[in-house]
Design a protein. Structure first.
Length: 147
């Protein structure tokens, strides 16, 4: 009597393991995308809170870029070649997107006189179908405006 596994038993076992590995890899990639999206939403909320503090003190929002879309960056980012637009006394460092190739974008809106009374912050979400509250920057799919 021979001991061991037949070729068919080995092939079935390998196939089952391969399927489980494929499911695990796909789930891992999805979880990574969702966690980056969660960080992005948290970062946008931090920027929003800083903008609301600015408005509470000044009565209007920063006129960054005179209503044009700009990279939401702080003065500490100037050495990286990014233009400083948001006030650093309300947020020490504007968060950066988890993927370095992307940026959070800011646009001042609702011009009245020489002041802006609205804004839109924009980013790109990877895994979610976003619900926008403003029209995001070109190439991004999530926009958040003042409450």
């Amino acid at each position: 009597m021979k001991q061991g596994f037949s070729l068919m038993e080995l092939l079935i076992s390998i196939s089952i393991v391969a399927i489980l590995v494929a499911i695990g890899v796909a789930s891992y990639a999805t979880v990574n995308k969702q966690s980056r999206d969660t960080k992005r939403k948290g970062d946008v909320e931090q920027i929003r809170a800083a903008l609301e503090m600015y408005r509470a003190d000044n009565g209007y929002y920063p006129a960054a870029g005179a209503g044009a879309w700009v990279i939401a960056s702080s003065a500490t980012d100037a050495t990286a070649g990014l233009t400083p637009y948001l006030v650093s006394s309300y947020i020490s460092v504007v968060p950066r997107d988890p993927k370095s190739a992307q940026s959070y974008m800011y646009q001042a809106t609702n011009l009245s006189g020489s002041s802006y009374y609205g804004y839109c912050i924009s980013t790109l979400l990877e895994a979610e179908d976003p619900s926008d509250t403003c029209t995001p920057y070109t190439g991004q799919n999530y926009g958040l405006r003042q409450p």
